[in-house]
Design a protein around this ligand. Structure first.
Ligand SMILES: [Zn+2]
Ligand SMILES: [Zn+2]
Length: 423
């Protein structure tokens, strides 16, 4: 019996991996331009970090974590998201003692035990940024502009940024009371989840996808109706800054993030996806999270995006986007002596950074040429017995179907020249 990969995981094979590398490259480039530095934290952490940092009432912590005891009887968890780890690292390494704000990005696998379905994986990949130690609306605007610019560069179509303010504990307490008053008469009709939320976290009811809940919450007071002067000013300034940066956005008062430590700005980026719109990035401000994991009071804001979802959206926006790298030159040899000569050429070219390849299976001349074609090599460089005697290489242009002869002494320089011209 052969062993199969675990459910909800994937092998990223050549042919697909190039698209990942291209996305990663775009991410690294834009982060460098915006002045965000990479952080890599462990893939597993003490379970308590996520219980405190993600929230014990969330589905992630309640149902979806890969938690186990290690051989030392410590409870550890494969990270289900990145923010809690970044905040932990910020505190543990005392990054707050250096230059502020700290602007970080991360990229890597996350783990959630979800029911596998199309586009959802138990091991998935996220890119995210976190800015710690700055509370001004210009930080929120910078973070949103970064993801907007990234998606625009990638060529995603139908982009829309949705923003909201969920307020602070002061104004949220007012909202909570007003919302409960509004919903109380129809409380029994809410879905089961929302009945739970009614006492614990009524704001989340605004975000419920259940049609009955959506109908009941029509006209319900939103957090925007109850913002305190400080939160209101922050939101106003954010909108002005986004306009100044040329980011088109929509205010969406139903966009909420439910945890206690979320503050003020919440946002999502939506993309047109086969007729419907779907969110491919979510983020917001979390002014209390660093304290939650044992650090000093620190404002923070960030976002995370699922890389699988972005790649799927790109597939829809740019179906012809073929990034597979083609071979430049494949050496084709007939006979042992010719093979050695070819291997010398290949080795020298590779040392100079020119992609070159050679048959590794001892195939016939005809089969080697066929392989060069299949690999869509730009050139085939052929050396047989006759060429060995005359000390020349036949250089065949596989695109144009033309060929020339080059003396051994000139072949390397000529290929380097041709490669440079095509870059
Ligand atoms: Zn407020
Ligand atoms: Zn509901």
């Amino acid at each position: 019996m052969s062993i199969q990969r675990p459910k909800g995981t994937q092998d990223l094979l050549p042919g697909v991996i190039e698209k990942w590398q291209d996305l990663e490259q775009h991410i690294r480039t834009i982060c460098r331009e915006y002045g965000y530095e990479e952080i890599r934290t462990p893939i597993f952490e003490a379970t308590e970090l996520f219980q405190r940092g993600v929230g014990e009432t969330t589905d992630i912590v309640n149902k979806e974590m890969y938690t186990f005891l290690d051989k030392g009887d410590r409870s550890v968890t494969l990270r289900p998201e990145g923010t809690a780890s970044v905040c932990r690292a910020y505190v543990e390494n005392k990054l707050y003692g250096g230059q502020l704000p700290v602007k970080l990005f991360y990229m890597g696998p996350m783990f959630r035990y979800e029911r596998p379905q199309a586009g959802r994986f138990r091991q998935f990949h996220q890119f995210g940024v976190e800015v710690l130690g700055a509370d001004k609306p210009i930080v929120d605007a910078e973070v949103i502009t970064l993801v907007w610019d990234l998606y625009t560069r990638l060529g995603l179509k139908g982009l829309e940024v949705h923003v909201n303010s969920v307020g602070c504990p002061t104004c949220r307490a007012v909202h909570r009371t007003k919302l409960q008053e509004f919903l109380a008469p129809r409380r029994e009709q809410l879905c089961k989840d929302c009945q739970d939320r009614f006492e614990r976290n009524p704001m989340r009811i605004l975000d419920c996808k259940n049609p009955t809940c959506q109908e009941i919450t029509q006209g319900a007071p939103t957090t925007l109706d109850t913002l305190c002067p400080d939160c209101s000013e922050h939101f106003q300034e954010l909108k002005e800054l986004l306009t100044a940066a040329g980011v088109s956005f929509k205010v969406d008062p139903r966009l909420v993030r439910g945890l206690d430590y979320y503050r003020k700005t919440a946002f999502e980026v939506l993309v047109e996806n086969i007729g419907a719109q779907s969110a491919i990035c979510g983020g917001g401000r979390y002014d209390g999270l660093v304290e939650q994991v044992g650090g000093p009071q620190t404002p923070g804001i960030g976002f995370a995006m699922g890389m699988e979802r972005v790649l799927a959206a790109l597939q829809v926006s740019n179906p012809l986007n073929n990034l597979t790298k083609k071979e430049f030159v494949r050496f084709v040899a007939l006979g042992e002596e010719a093979q050695k000569k070819c291997f010398t050429f290949v080795s020298q070219l590779r040392r100079k950074g020119i992609p070159a390849s050679i048959d590794l299976l001892g195939r016939s001349l005809k089969a080697q040429l066929k392989t060069a074609d299949k690999a869509q090599a730009r050139y085939a460089a052929i050396i047989g017995e006759d060429e060995m005697n005359r000390q020349v290489v036949i250089l065949r242009d596989l695109t144009l179907g033309e060929q020339t002869e080059l003396p051994f002494a000139e072949a390397e320089e000529e290929l380097i020249q041709k490669y440079r011209e095509e870059q």
